[in-house]
Design a binder for this molecule. Structure first.
Ligand code: SF4
Length: 481
């Protein structure tokens, strides 16, 4: 159960190919560093697979990237190409059994696959595999994907990958490792980010976000277009075909609101700049009569800066955050949740005492954290607390790889804006409008990416899903009772 009042990050994927002429054994180590840069996208498990052209090795573990692998693991991951994954379980229970990558033997040699997103037709595809007599050992939709790929028709891996992509519905940015090569590909709707670039000393890298490529010193980093399949070549990424982009593009707006790191760039828009503009638009739509603007660190800082700049108000640090507390230690009762908030945040009396305070948050999902934060500010001496949210109310669950819980758990589905205000104990509460968010995203350049015509998914705000979600399995829909 997600007890933190944020949608859970889905997953992060990476793939590395080091130039085989200069080959050393460090493809997996480079993948490790890239995964470390994607830690915000999943903290429950991590995995790496590597190939040296003859043998494939794999290591997986629970917890943060730095805890999941010991030095022995890294030494065992030999080879010129590697893929990696850091996971939050959008489908399946959190366990090593469901950790990625998955690896199997096929008639074409060893195969490993890791995936970011969620197939909305996984239930039907799983049934189809079971009826054909395939054995499945986990509750993850990634296992469905690798089993289908192993049996896929085609003369080459790109052909087999394309044949599978035609059958998969939903969000899937994925990385594939074969004995001889690494491939990455993206669903035709373009839900989740995926980018690739050239490594400075030969070879190429791909990752969910540009921040990971930047960590590796990549050059010429670019988005992988919706529906494209790319091989990581010794001299840089090489397009290997793909399938037609969907008529309706659906880049996930929530990547800009909360998931992605502020130093990442996607579809031509800097995530920091998009958030700054969300905050500025919010200040224009819902001004607050305050003396100081503060953020809920860290994901709300860009929006709070934008709000303060647009309102010509001082921005200051109102909370100190303990960045070392693990989310898993926050417990599922209200009392322990309050305690979890107190463990994680301290209000700064010097900033808020005797002042009217605007607190900017990027989003409210369950409504469990805002109330305790408002209380901390009042206890620290704030005379008024005005809450401003830099996105619209989240009223619908996501079926494309983001865990926001069910309708019942979404506070904006249950309560009106004034009901939420009263629930969290704020003097006033306002959200950014959907139109304001989309205009701010366009102004930040968020329609200029490869293959995108400016189409976004914002279904968690509007209920307008870009594809049919009727057959979706729940997060634990494949668990064996
Ligand atoms: S429903 Fe929301 S979180 Fe899910 S893909 Fe669409 S915008 Fe992203």
């Amino acid at each position: 159960m997600n007890t933190d009042d944020k949608a859970r990050e889905e997953c992060g994927v990476v793939a590395i190919r080091i130039d085989s002429d200069t080959a050393s054994h460090d493809a997996a180590r480079a993948a490790f560093y890239a995964l470390f840069a994607l830690q915000h996208r999943g903290q429950e498990s991590a995995g790496l697979a590597a190939t040296d052209g003859r043998r494939m090795s794999i290591r997986k573990g629970l917890g943060l990237v730095t805890r999941a692998f010991a030095e022995d693991d890294m030494a065992a991951l030999q080879g010129f190409a590697s893929i990696g994954h850091t996971r939050y379980s959008t489908t399946g229970e959190p366990s090593v059994r469901n950790a990625q990558p998955f690896q199997i033997e096929t008639r074409h040699g060893p195969l490993a696959l890791a995936h970011n997103g969620n197939l909305v037709n996984a239930n039907a595809l799983r049934q189809m595999l079971l009826e054909r007599g395939a054995g499945l050992s986990s509750s993850s939709d990634t296992e469905v994907m690798i089993m289908m790929l192993a049996a896929s028709p085609g003369e080459s891996w790109p052909e087999r990958i394309a044949a599978c992509m035609r059958q998969w519905q939903g969000a899937f940015s994925f990385v594939v490792l074969t004995r001889d090569a690494a491939y990455v590909a993206r669903d035709p709707w373009g839900f989740r980010p995926l980018c690739a670039g050239r490594l400075p000393e030969g070879g190429s890298a791909a990752a969910s976000e540009t921040c990971a490529l930047q960590t590796l010193g990549c050059r010429d980093a670019a988005d992988i277009g919706p529906g494209r399949i790319v091989e990581l070549g010794p001299d840089g990424p090489v397009d290997r075909g793909g399938i037609e982009p969907a008529g309706r593009q659906a880049a996930c707006v929530f990547e800009y609101v909360y998931f992605s790191r502020p130093d990442s760039v996607w579809n031509g828009a800097s995530v920091h700049e998009a958030r700054r503009r969300f905050g500025a638009a919010l200040a224009r739509e819902a001004p607050a009569p305050v003396d100081v603007v503060i953020a809920v660190p860290d994901s709300s800082i860009s929006a709070a800066i934008g709000f303060a700049q647009a309102a010509n108000l001082p921005y200051d640090e109102g909370f100190a955050k303990n960045r070392y507390i693990g989310r898993t230690f926050i417990q599922p009762t209200q009392a322990l949740r309050d305690q979890g908030v107190a463990l994680k945040f301290n209000a700064m009396p010097g900033t808020v005492r005797g002042k009217r305070v605007a607190i900017i948050d990027d989003s409210i999902v369950r409504g469990t954290t805002t109330g305790p934060l408002v209380r901390l500010l009042r206890e620290a001496g704030a005379t008024e607390v005005h809450v401003r949210i830099a996105c619209p109310p989240i009223m619908h669950p996501c079926h494309m790889g983001v865990d926001m819980g069910s309708y019942d758990s979404l506070v904006a589905h249950r309560l009106s804006v004034d009901g939420i205000r009263s629930h969290v104990g704020a003097d006033t509460l306002a959200y950014l409008s959907h139109g304001g968010m989309m205009r701010a995203l366009a102004d930040a350049g968020g329609c200029a990416g490869a293959g995108l015509s400016g189409g976004f998914c914002s279904a968690c705000f509007t209920g307008d899903y870009p594809l049919d979600v009727a057959g979706v399995a729940g997060k634990n829909g494949f668990e064996v009772p």
